[in-house]
Design a protein around this ligand. Structure first.
Ligand SMILES: CC(C)(COP(=O)(O)OP(=O)(O)OC[C@H]1O[C@@H](n2cnc3c(N)ncnc32)[C@H](O)[C@@H]1OP(=O)(O)O)[C@@H](O)C(=O)NCCC(=O)NCCS
Length: 246
């Protein structure tokens, strides 16, 4: 099969790199400046989400973090923007396999904006790119069983459950006794690797991605409300050629 296109390889440098547009959000390439925006987000108050809080980083540590993510880990990173152009979320594709056309999803939002519909909107729009111009065929993810909001969002996008495992939970050891975590307590344990959370593995195949979402993406494209990745790219290339030929 054709290797999934890397947006950064085909997109003219310096152009806005939106790959998808939803009802509440749009998705573009993540940049080094987005690392600083992410570091400025408020912190999660819920101890079960502490792992999503960035550790404080100086400029050079942030440079190194960004380089490591892209070059050693080879993750593909995208930023979620609200329609008023705030960087409100991050999407990561990990373990990208061009042979299988698959990757593992990571997503998180600014903690002050949870439960407002941005996550599902952004993910659905992103999947239209991923399974469309992105050329991928399958997406995997893992989600803690207690993370009902995320699970619901994935279910809404068409993901199905594959299996379960216990995964290391990166948060303070005393969550097991924290009354705020009482509901999640049966889904947590002290296991061989320390604190662990029951975790679901989920998958979404291109064929199972709701046709309605693909149709909607196309409708948006032809109606002019938004444009597909390929059309945007072509338009950027044309305008660049015009500028060069002037
Ligand atoms: C996971 C995440 C991206 C989801 O995005 P979001 O914008 O917060 O979620 P949405 O508002 O789209 O809501 C998704 C669903 O959860 C429901 N929901 C919202 N808040 C909820 C809550 N506190 N408990 C249970 N369900 C909730 C919504 O009603 C919606 O379901 P519906 O479509 O049936 O109405 C976001 O919550 C997040 O970044 N969480 C922290 C990091 C994280 O957990 N990442 C995922 C790791 S696998």
């Amino acid at each position: 099969m054709t290797a999934p296109a890397r947006v950064e390889d085909v997109w003219p440098a310096g152009e806005p790199r939106f790959v998808a547009v939803g009802r509440l959000s749009r998705i573009r390439m993540f940049t080094r400046r987005d690392v600083d925006r992410w570091l400025a987000w408020p912190r999660h108050a819920d101890p079960l989400y502490a792992a999503y809080n960035p550790r404080p980083m100086s400029g050079s540590t942030a440079d190194a973090w960004w380089d490591d993510l892209r070059h050693r880990q080879k993750q593909r990173a995208f930023a979620i923007e609200s329609l008023d152009r705030r960087m409100i979320g991050r999407i990561f594709l990990r373990h990208v396999s061009t042979t299988d056309g698959a990757s593992v999803l990571g997503i998180d939002l600014d903690p002050s904006l949870l439960g407002l519909g941005y996550g599902t909107d952004a993910l659905r729009a992103f999947l239209g790119y991923y399974f469309g111009p992105g050329g991928f065929r399958r997406m995997y993810l893992s989600v803690a069983a207690y993370n009902v909001r995320a699970r619901r969002s994935y279910e809404r996008c068409g993901f199905r459950y594959l299996g379960t495992h216990w995964d290391r939970l990166l948060c303070r050891d005393d969550v097991l006794d924290d009354p705020r975590c009482a509901e999640a307590r049966p889904l947590l344990r002290r296991g061989p690797r320390g604190l662990e959370a029951l975790t679901y593995d989920m998958v979404l195949d291109r064929e199972a991605f709701p046709t309605a979402s693909l149709v909607q993406a196309e409708t948006q494209t032809t109606s002019g409300r938004t444009e597909s990745f390929l059309r945007l790219r072509d338009r950027c290339v044309r305008s660049r050629r015009r500028r060069i030929s002037v």
